[in-house]
Design a protein around this ligand. Structure first.
Ligand SMILES: [Zn+2]
Length: 193
C-alpha cells in the first residue's frame, strides 16, 4: 500500500482488507460501472507511474468542470488498484447511472486491435468487481454491473436495442470478448458468480 494525498494504491488482497474497513456510504449503491480509460492506454503505463497517471486524469477531469477525478477506482495492467474518489461521493462515470453507482476505470484501450489485456489486469478487474458486489450485497447481473456502452450519452438512459442511440465503445469492443449486453452475459457475468 502506498498513499499520496487522497490516492491510495493497493494490491488486490490489500483492496479486500481496505474495503472491509470502509463504513457503508450514506448513499444507496446498486451498480458497478466498468469503463476503459482509452487514454491513458497501455503505452502510457511504465510500471511505476500509477500516481502520475491518476493525477493527470484528475487534471483532465477538472478541466472538464468536474469537482475531482471522476472515478472511484482505477485498475492497472500490473494488477494494482487505486482508490481515487471516495465511495461516499457520486462518481461522474455514466450519465444516468451515477447516483447509485460506483465507477471503475480500467487503464487501457480495450477496443479491438488495441491493448491486449494482461492476465494480472484481467484478474484484478474480476476480483475488484466481485468484492464490490459482495460488499454491497448485489447479485451479479447486467443490472448490477454495467458498461458505459449500454447508455445513450445524450439522454442518459440505457439503450433498448444494441446499435441504437449515441454510445461510446467504452469499456471497449474487445473488453472480455465484447461490449454488448449479450457479450457481458456470455463472457464476463459467469466469471463474477
Ligand atoms: Zn466510459
Amino acid at each position: 500500500m502506498k498513499a499520496i494525498g487522497k490516492f491510495i494504491l493497493l494490491s488486490p488482497e490489500e483492496f479486500d482488507s481496505w474495503l472491509k474497513m470502509q463504513k457503508t456510504p450514506a448513499r444507496d449503491i446498486r451498480l458497478v460501472q466498468l469503463h476503459h480509460t482509452y487514454i491513458p492506454a497501455y503505452r502510457h503505463f511504465n510500471g511505476d507511474n500509477h500516481f502520475a497517471l491518476c493525477e493527470a486524469m484528475e487534471r483532465a477531469h477538472l478541466e472538464r468542470g468536474f469537482a475531482e477525478i471522476a472515478q472511484n477506482f482505477s485498475t492497472f495492467p500490473d494488477g494494482r488498484i487505486m482508490v481515487c474518489r471516495s465511495m461516499n461521493k457520486i462518481p461522474a462515470g455514466i450519465k444516468g447511472a451515477n447516483v447509485n453507482g460506483i465507477c471503475i476505470e480500467n487503464v487501457g484501450n480495450f477496443d479491438k486491435g488495441k491493448d491486449q489485456m494482461t492476465a494480472a489486469h484481467r484478474a484484478v478487474i474480476l476480483s475488484v468487481t466481485r468484492a464490490l458486489l459482495s460488499h454491497f450485497k448485489l447479485i451479479p447481473t447486467d443490472q448490477s454491473v454495467v458498461y458505459h456502452h449500454w447508455y445513450d450519452l445524450n439522454i442518459g438512459k440505457r439503450i433498448k436495442v444494441e446499435g441504437t442511440g449515441l454510445t461510446k465503445s467504452c469499456p471497449g469492443t474487445n473488453f472480455f470478448g465484447g461490449n454488448t449486453v449479450a457479450d457481458f452475459n456470455k463472457n464476463l457475468l459467469p466469471l463474477l458468480k
